[in-house]
Unconditional design. Structure first.
Length: 69
């Protein structure tokens, strides 16, 4: 059985910024601070890896490895 939830991996800061840059920018919000992820959730840049925050975010797969992700 495959583990669910975020992958516990440390990523280089340049990779974190590359992934952050894929978030959707919305007019009226500072794109350095706020984005929306591919699933539509609002994320706050400095809350990376904060699972206790409503706007926290982690780097994870969208589709399981078994689906070819």
């Amino acid at each position: 059985m495959q583990k669910s939830g975020p992958v516990d991996t440390q990523f280089p800061q340049d990779m974190v910024w590359d992934i952050w840059s894929k978030g959707e920018i919305f007019a009226g919000n500072d794109p350095v601070l706020w984005r929306r992820d591919v699933c539509g959730a609002w994320i706050f840049r400095s809350h990376y890896q904060r699972i206790d925050s409503e706007y926290g975010w982690v780097i994870d797969r969208i589709n399981p490895l078994s689906d070819g992700d």
